[in-house]
Write a protein that binds this ligand. Structure first.
Ligand SMILES: *[C@@H]1O[C@H](CO)[C@@H](O)[C@H](O)[C@H]1NC(C)=O
Ligand SMILES: *[C@@H]1O[C@H](CO)[C@@H](O)[C@H](O)[C@H]1NC(C)=O
Ligand SMILES: *[C@@H]1O[C@H](CO)[C@@H](O)[C@H](O)[C@H]1NC(C)=O
Ligand SMILES: *[C@@H]1O[C@H](CO)[C@@H](O)[C@H](O)[C@H]1NC(C)=O
Length: 398
């Protein structure tokens, strides 16, 4: 009996060891906690037709019906504001970012404003985008939401404009300043030109077509909004699938390379102070290790051979990854990246450093004394997203 209990106990230990998800955090997917500033830019030229406009209204209303809090709230920061702009030969601001203060307001506004097309054949997206840009600029002056991500959703039936009416310069200016642009094409039997043109206006992967996929436009726009809501604070770099492809899949994790030097224990404290719940990086697998090395290689102030502290440290004789105070410290498990001959068995060599080896861009783990070896270091924290609200400034000292 005693032996059986002992076995159970062992199984429990084994379970808690494997319990920790040894994978990186994904971006939050909770539409009820979406926190964004969005402007819908809707083509209401004749080409859109009344039915098209009506389905835009239905789409917009549905996108925000999954529990997203509309407007602003004195007690809940995770809210989404929606502004509305329509355009044809000129643009009109139908609702600024503060008009809709509930889902009911939003329904009333979009169905009220989007049910009859204008009398104009012209569809000048450049004016629509400009109006959205003006809206963002005006709103930013008076709110504490400057750290909220900004998104434009364009619904268009056609696309005209060259020279001064070309929408690409304003689209590019918006994208460069961090605004994401989603496009939904209402191609009324066109030849695909609209799709090609709108995909240049859209942020990468955010170009959708109503004809192709009517049923799923709601899900696609919601997905793009969640992705837009997942970002890193200034001076942090978001973890993505491929370092060389800035449009590749993004994880809910951010890194900050630090070009100062410090001993490991000081680096740990410094990381903890850089943002809310930040710590020294955890290297769970080779892709992540290489991604961090790519960041180090691209950061001015790191010098070859690269040498930088990461979060591994020995706690009670066991190697664990650094985490914020009070959190579980995950135990190291395969994958390991120890350099040949490491870890050296010595109780004072109780922390981990990445050391570039050879001529190429390759680095291996070495164990060092957390109070003696000074080096650069790399910090990690969760992205700001629907599961992790970041106040205008998540720094602990403010
Ligand atoms: C590394 O981990 C991430 C998730 O954290 C996973 O998506 C990726 O495929 C892993 N790469 C390798 C080489 O195991
Ligand atoms: C979005 O753009 C990409 C690249 O330009 C293109 O391959 C894809 O077909 C476009 N999707 C739609 C729905 O237009
Ligand atoms: C390392 O950085 C240098 C300079 O930024 C760059 O030219 C080189 O391609 C990078 N190496 C790798 C393997 O990415
Ligand atoms: C820090 O993160 C915690 C959750 O871990 C959250 O409750 C708190 O509001 C955050 N603080 C700031 C300033 O963002």
């Amino acid at each position: 009996m005693k032996f059986q209990i002992f076995l159970l106990f062992l199984a429990f230990i084994e379970f808690s060891k494997t319990d920790f998800p040894y994978v990186d955090r994904e971006c939050g997917q909770d539409l009820t906690n979406l926190w964004l500033d969005v402007v819908a830019v809707v083509d209401n030229s004749i080409g859109m037709r009344d039915e098209g406009l009506d389905s835009v209204a239905a789409n917009l209303a549905s996108v925000f019906s999954a529990g997203t809090r509309i407007g602003t709230s004195p007690t809940e920061p995770r809210t989404t504001r929606l502004g509305l702009v329509t355009y044809n030969s000129r643009a009109q601001q139908n609702a600024d970012l503060n008009k809709f203060q509930s889902l009911d307001d939003l329904y009333e506004g979009v169905f009220g404003d989007l049910h009859r097309v204008s009398t104009s054949y012209d569809s000048l997206l450049s004016f629509g985008l400009q109006a959205a840009e003006n809206l963002f600029n005006a709103e930013n002056l008076y709110t504490s939401r400057s750290h909220f991500q900004k998104v434009i959703i364009v619904y268009a039936s056609s696309y005209r404009g060259t020279g001064e009416q070309d929408p690409l310069p304003v689209a590019n200016r918006l994208k460069t300043s961090g605004v994401r642009i989603i496009t939904v094409a209402y191609d009324q039997g066109g030849d695909g030109t609209l799709l090609r043109q709108l995909s240049q206006v859209a942020s990468s992967g955010f170009n959708f077509s109503s004809a192709e996929n009517e049923g799923n436009i709601i899900g696609q726009v919601q997905g793009a909004l969640l992705e837009s809501n997942c970002f890193c604070p200034n001076d942090w770099i978001q973890y993505r699938q491929f370092y060389s492809d800035t449009n590749s899949y993004r994880y809910g994790v951010c890194f900050q390379p630090v070009t100062l030097t410090a001993v490991w224990k000081a680096a740990k404290m410094s990381c903890a102070n850089r943002w809310n719940n930040s710590y020294l990086v955890n290297e769970f697998n080779l892709s992540k290790h290489n991604f961090i090395l790519d960041i180090v290689n691209a950061t001015v102030g790191f010098h070859q051979p690269f040498s930088y502290h990461i979060g591994g440290n020995k706690v009670g004789g066991v190697w664990k990854w650094d985490r914020p105070a009070g959190w579980d410290q995950p135990e190291l498990k395969k994958w390991y990246d120890w350099e040949d001959g490491y870890p050296i068995a010595a109780s004072t060599l109780n922390a981990m450093l990445n050391q570039q080896t050879g001529q190429g861009l390759e680095a291996k783990w070495e164990n060092i004394d957390m109070l003696k070896t000074a080096a650069n270091y790399v910090c990690e924290t969760a992205s700001c997203d629907t599961d992790n609200y970041c106040s205008s400034d998540g720094r602990l000292d403010e």
